[in-house]
Design a protein around this ligand. Structure first.
Ligand SMILES: [Zn+2]
Length: 254
């Protein structure tokens, strides 16, 4: 699943391609929004919030009392946004498209998006207000994130890191990297971990403006990049949503 940094890059790509332009065509290929037509709306911006994307539009007329609308999308497991030239052949089958936003210079096609919603922009905060501090957002606050992570002191720290209500943008890849950097075993109870020290490096590690390819020290490795021990993968989390926790049994003792 794409994590906060990948979503941030997607937002930047959509923002560069669409913002400031007027939509020539919209095609919502989800049943609930199939009749919506926002062509002639101006694209204001696309911004990331954790793993969520908000594409803000200003319609050319009032719809249900407002002109300011936001398209909320989420990539979930398999989704992606592709920015293509007008008329360019899609890289994936048409039946996988969930949303098309076309402007004179580009078409953005969202394939297999896990969420496609339309809401008045003023309701963004209500929709995403449950999210914790966004690692890559202006509201990032490691002390606030640490306080949320520690609210359930018995919870395995790896599982707490994945909970977007604690901090937004971290998935299994970055949760593994943060635990590895702090030499913390993924099952260690959150209450026994220096949580602020654990999350403080997150913005620098995940900053997509500072790397071209994320520098991973444990996730996806067979051997530890510090001590050469064999990397282990544990299933962490409650039944039904257990997630892989890559860790080094030597550097991160239980
Ligand atoms: Zn190691």
């Amino acid at each position: 699943m794409p994590e906060g940094d990948a979503v941030w890059r997607t937002a930047r790509r959509l923002d560069d391609a669409l913002s400031g332009q007027v939509l020539t065509r919209t095609d919502f290929r989800v049943p609930r929004l199939a009749t919506v037509d926002l062509s002639r709306a101006e694209v204001v911006a696309t911004v990331p919030r954790g793993k969520h994307l908000l594409t803000r539009l200003r319609a050319d007329r009032e719809l249900r009392g407002t002109r300011e609308w936001s398209v909320h999308t989420h990539l979930r497991m398999d989704g992606s946004w592709r920015v293509l030239r007008p008329g360019q052949r899609w890289p994936r089958p048409g039946h996988q498209a969930r949303l098309v936003l076309a402007v004179p210079s580009a078409q953005a096609v969202g394939f297999l998006l896990g969420v496609v919603e339309l809401l008045p922009t003023e309701r963004e905060a209500a929709l995403l207000g449950h999210l914790g501090p966004d690692v890559l957002g202006a509201d990032w606050d490691p002390a606030a994130a640490a306080a949320r992570l520690g609210a359930d002191p018995a919870r395995p720290v790896f599982d707490a890191l994945l909970d977007q209500r604690n901090l937004a943008g971290v998935g299994t890849m970055w949760a593994a990297e943060l635990c590895f950097a702090a030499r913390v075993h993924p099952l260690r109870p959150a209450g026994e971990v220096d949580l602020e020290a654990l999350v403080a490096p997150a913005p620098a590690r995940m900053d997509p403006e500072r790397y071209t390819r994320p520098e991973l020290r444990v996730f996806g490795h067979k051997a530890c990049t510090r001590c050469l021990s064999t990397i282990r993968v544990l299933k962490v989390g409650p039944a039904g949503r257990r997630r892989d926790a890559h860790h080094c049994p030597t550097c991160q003792p239980a």
